[in-house]
Ligand binder design. Structure first.
Ligand code: GDP
Ligand code: GDP
Length: 437
């Protein structure tokens, strides 16, 4: 299972600068939530061959009537509950503040693996200021300049050393794993209960136990798979912003641990920012996708035309990826809820699909012959051969060309669309690379 690192700290200590350094800005997902003054970010970092998720919880200062302090407490609370390692960032120039002391206390109390980064140590000369932070009782303070990178290697080594050791071989078995994700009140628990019944084990909140009970095995009607549980989110949350945040952070773990995500939308509400945030997480993690439009019983007009309009609107919002199934359900009346599972299994199969090289070339080479990539700067581009790579997370194809750098995105997309029209890759991301010989 992937590990999650949450960055916490006061505003202006350098959290988002550090986030960018760890993940590279390009690859970040900005999670914007109504009411927050700054957006939270989610990205991936790789160090020593390990990939982990990084969440900058820094935007979690809301324009509510709550005090700054209680907002921060929530920030830390979420980090404690949902992350594997908390990275507390402090500012060397400010010294130990009241806030730092309080946060450190919360983290110690929770016995949370914590790494303390003393930021803005831009040169070795001012590293001595870092010693003061020993008194936070969080062990050795790691000096850091998020801006110029000083100290970041040691910091990353320390973070990685705190990860759970079992993160590579925790795969239970190779049954498909589905996650039902979506914003609060979309009907996730309802559909889960309708499928599995109330005997479903209750997810406990005790740190360390949630991840063991996160899977529920489903074995009925000849279908066998795991449902990755995101339930239990609502129960903890107090206010709307809290719920949104919990649901996104909880979704991260569920999505990362799944093969196919069932994205639940509320038919009465349409697609909103939070749905798009969760969708972005699904995409970033290259998971299969089934879109489920729930509460269909509440929709009055259901002509074929209405349904088409609905489908088109959804595909438009989730573009450019449009090749995924959409199912209209009611958890209340159980309409089509088994269809959702069948479809998820089908997407899972598509995600495993292997196309023999001979078949690929038989289809693609005549097509490419007739519709070659447009010549570039007077040079003709030839694609001679294509093949699917073995052992990849999603179906991955390589096309070998004499001048790969001249094959542009529209042509790559053209090839992908053809691929999707010839073989069933519905619901699964695919990758197409053009490479030199
Ligand atoms: P956040 O509010 O905690 O996310 O802080 P930001 O990352 O937005 O940084 C706040 C300010 O501190 C910005 O002006 C940064 O350029 C600056 N800053 C961040 N890291 C460093 C650092 O390592 N050294 C110095 N000198 N400034 C930094
Ligand atoms: P979750 O937060 O996504 O787990 O949502 P819940 O399963 O708790 O459902 C939120 C509310 O929507 C509850 O009051 C459910 O009874 C209701 N609900 C869920 N699915 C449906 C549905 O298909 N139709 C109708 N009418 N109500 C639903």
């Amino acid at each position: 299972m992937a590990n999650i690192v949450a960055i916490v700290g006061r505003p202006n200590v350098g959290k988002s600068t550090l986030f960018n350094r760890l993940t590279g800005t390009r690859r970040a997902i900005v999670m914007n939530t109504a009411g927050t003054t700054r957006d939270r970010q989610y990205g991936k970092c790789e160090w020593c061959g390990k990939e982990f998720s990084v969440i900058d919880t820094g935007g979690w200062v809301v324009n509510s009537d709550d005090t700054f302090e209680s907002e921060i407490n929530r920030q830390v609370d979420i980090a404690i509950k949902e992350a594997d390692v908390v990275l507390l960032v402090v500012d060397v120039n400010e010294g130990v503040t009241q806030f730092d002391t309080e946060v450190a206390h919360l983290l110690r109390q929770a016995k949370k693996p914590t790494v303390l980064a003393v930021n803005k140590v831009d040169t070795f000369e001012n590293q001595y200021g870092a010693a003061e932070f020993y008194k936070l009782g969080l062990g050795e303070p790691f000096i850091l300049s998020a801006e110029n990178g000083l100290g970041s290697g040691d910091l990353l080594d320390e973070i990685c050393s705190r990860f759970r050791k079992d993160d590579t071989d925790e795969e239970i078995d190779d049954l498909p794993r589905f996650a039902i994700v979506g914003r609060p009140n979309a009907g996730k628990s309802s559909i889960l209960n309708a499928l599995i019944g109330e005997e479903r084990s209750i997810v406990t909140d005790i740190p360390g136990t949630t991840r063991d009970s996160i899977y529920t095995r489903y074995n009925k009607f000849g279908k066998d798979f795991y449902l990755v549980d995101t339930a239990g989110i609502r129960k903890k949350a107090k206010v709307t912003e809290d719920m949104e945040y919990y649901s996104v952070v909880r979704s991260i773990r569920a999505i990362e641990n799944s093969d196919v995500c069932i994205l639940m939308l509320d038919a009465t509400r349409g697609i909103e920012a939070q749905d798009l945030n969760i969708y972005a997480l699904v995409q970033k993690n290259k998971k299969g996708l089934v879109v489920c439009v729930n509460k269909w019983d509440l929709v009055e007009s259901k002509t074929t035309q209405d349904i088409k309009g609905y489908e088109n609107a959804i595909r438009e919002r989730l573009a450019p990826f449009t090749d995924f199934p959409i199912i209209f359900t009611s958890a209340l009346t159980k309409q089509r809820i088994y269809k959702v599972m069948e479809t998820a299994l089908h997407v899972y199969e598509n995600k495993q699909r292997k196309v023999p090289t001979a078949q690929l070339n038989d289809k693609f080479l005549p097509l490419i012959e007739n519709y070659p990539p447009p010549a570039n700067k007077g040079k003709y581009i030839k694609i001679k051969y294509c093949t699917q790579l073995p052992n990849t997370q999603v179906p991955t194809f390589v096309f070998f060309a004499n001048l790969p750098q001249y094959v542009k995105e529209p042509y790559r997309r053209f090839l992908e669309n053809k691929l999707r029209s010839w073989w069933d890759f519905n619901g699964t991301p695919v990758q197409l690379f053009i490479r030199g010989k």
